[in-house]
Design a protein around this ligand. Structure first.
Ligand SMILES: CC1=C(/C=C/C(C)=C/C=C/C(C)=C/C=O)C(C)(C)CCC1
Ligand SMILES: [Fe+2]
Length: 548
């Protein structure tokens, strides 16, 4: 597993033409743009955790049946500082770094103090966000980095804090049909209060004399919810939306602010400030998008750890939402590189499997209903919501499937009734071995897998003009541990999961986290994706990328 997790990957700045077998549908024109950790050591120093690795962007440009691959490290301030010092000098999730080996006791004390309220990393390694016509690499701190999707060059750094009072934000925003962004973040002890803040960034803005054309300046706080505990807000990685509501799980997997404030001086990482409190409940907050206020009813469930919301929708006076849930926080533990690289089989067993669970919440609680009665009358689920005392409702989910992660859907169905989930299948190890299509209606699944192949998150791209939810293709970048097999972009028919084509590239590809597909048709007012300069023939390259 060292091949996949431990080794630094070489960037491939010049486009390489892939060897395509099978036939790529003629309508599939655009770019799969993805993000993930690619560099795990700098000089003699090494990161502790896989989520610390320096962001390596990569893209597959699909044009007229051909595929071109390229990759480039995000030139974040973190990357540049590390490379310049030839060692890790910026702290990441699982690695605390000490920038200046301090010369005397005074400068040491000063350096410690300046880390009490830390300036977080801009190593944006998790996802790609579209904001209007621009694209950003994202992570969970207050920084995101604009990128050029064509060349993968790094552009300006955006500090969320300039526009909204948050210190952390998710890398999984939602988009409405017009492309406006809805995201949420945590504001740590701002005016003595720790709160969760939902905010909107418009896709397009009118030319404004004072604010200019930047959508950031038009960022608007939508709603905020005080944290149950000011000194230990919940950690969360994503959230859910329906047409009228926002779903936020305040789970007992929490960040301890006091521990964070002293982490630097104690020589421990941010990750060590995260604790799962297995004796506490998970609170389910529902925000009405029309009133911008949380519902009065207090919904709760058992202690859970959720990273990925799958989808949510309204049905018969209820909110139904699907998540991938764990019963402990062992997932983050397993991604320590020491566990991934040695005795992989032994050290990489999850103590709680990722389970797909469906929750059902009543939008109106019948005052006359008896305490203990089930308020869910929806026939499609066995999830229950039991009436408790004092406006409280205890929710028990329906278990739909055991062993999947990195879920994606046909995003046209986001917030609406839907049927299919595309995901990576993971059993007791966190590393995916198969891609799965799960049918929430029939509860059956289709799978794709191949020996020594490790698939990335599968992404659904709809056929233009499609009416069926699963009319389209699945794209997934596959890394192999078989030295005879090159990494490839896999293209499956999303209906029956048969392979349409694969595009193999002779490069060192990294296992990534998340990404997006940018159809050529999306270039909007720019009309065409910016053209590439014609470059010299790259190694292993039959041709250079086409003029676009
Ligand atoms: C640096 C940093 C953080 C980074 C977290 C990261 C990088 C999480 C990645 C999660 C992934 C990839 C999950 C996949 O399911 C925190 C803890 C938010 C807060 C402190 C500073
Ligand atoms: Fe994620």
């Amino acid at each position: 597993m060292d091949i996949i997790f431990g080794r630094n990957k070489k960037e491939q700045v010049e486009p390489v033409k892939a060897k395509v077998t099978g036939t790529i549908p003629a309508w599939l024109q655009g770019m799969l743009l993805r993000n993930g950790p690619g560099m795990h050591t700098v000089g003699e120093t090494r990161y502790n955790h896989w989520f610390d690795g320096l962001a390596l962007l990569h893209s597959f440009t699909i044009r007229d049946g051909d595929v071109y691959y390229r990759s480039r490290y995000l030139r974040s301030d973190t990357y540049n500082a590390n490379v310049e010092a030839n060692r890790i000098v910026v702290s990441e999730f699982g690695t605390m770094a000490y920038p200046d080996p301090c010369k005397n006791i005074f400068s040491k004390a000063f350096s410690y103090l300046s880390h009490t309220i830390p300036d977080f990393t801009d190593n944006c390694l998790i996802n790609i966000m579209k904001c209007g016509e621009d694209f950003y690499a994202t992570t969970e701190t207050n920084y995101i980095r604009k990128i050029n999707p064509q060349t993968l060059e790094t552009l300006e750094k955006v500090d969320y804090r300039k526009y909204v009072a948050i210190n952390l934000a998710t890398a999984h925003p939602h988009y409405d049909e017009a492309g406006n962004i809805l995201n949420m973040g945590t504001s740590v002890v701002d005016k003595g209060k720790t709160k969760y803040v939902m905010f909107k960034i418009p896709a397009t803005v009118p030319e404004d004399q004072n604010k200019g054309k930047s959508p950031w300046k038009h960022t608007e706080v939508f709603c905020s919810i005080p944290a149950r505990s000011f000194l230990s807000p919940s950690y969360y990685h994503s959230f859910g939306v329906t047409e009228n509501y926002i779903i936020f799980l305040e789970q007992p997997f929490k960040l301890d602010i006091l521990k964070m404030a002293t982490a630097y001086i104690r020589g421990v990482s941010w990750a060590s400030c995260l604790t799962f409190h297995k004796e506490e409940k998970t609170y389910i907050h529902i925000i009405d998008q029309r009133t911008r206020k949380p519902l009065r009813t207090k919904f709760y469930t058992d202690p859970l750890v959720v990273f990925h919301h799958v989808n949510a929708f309204e049905e018969d006076g209820c909110i139904l939402f699907d998540v991938v849930a764990y019963e402990d926080s062992s997932l983050y533990q397993l991604f320590y590189l020491a566990n991934l690289n040695q005795d992989f089989e032994e050290n990489s067993r999850l103590t709680s499997a990722p389970t797909l669970r469906r929750f059902a919440l009543p939008l109106h609680v019948d005052e006359s209903a008896e305490v203990g009665s089930n308020l869910i009358k929806v026939a499609s689920t066995t999830a229950t919501a039991l009436k408790d005392r004092d406006d409280q409702v205890y929710c028990q989910p329906e278990l739909l499937y055991e062993g999947l992660e990195l879920p994606r859907i046909n995003y046209a169905h986001n917030g609406k009734q839907y049927r299919y989930i595309f995901a990576a299948e993971v059993q007791w190890s966190p590393i995916p071995t198969k891609i799965i299509k799960y049918d929430t209606l029939t509860k059956s699944s289709l799978k794709w897998g191949e020996e020594n192949c490790w698939p990335a998150e599968p992404l659904f791209v709809p056929t233009p003009g499609a009416t069926d939810e699963d009319d389209g293709v699945i794209l997934s970048a596959i890394v192999s541990t078989d030295p005879q097999k090159l990494p490839f972009l896999l293209i499956l028919d999303a209906k029956n999961f048969t392979e349409l084509a694969r595009a193999s590239v002779d490069v060192e590809m990294h296992l990534d986290l998340h990404g997006i597909f940018i159809p050529d048709a999306d270039w909007g007012s720019r009309k065409q994706p910016p053209s590439e300069e014609r470059r010299d023939r790259a190694p292993n390259c039959d041709d250079v990328a086409p003029q676009t």
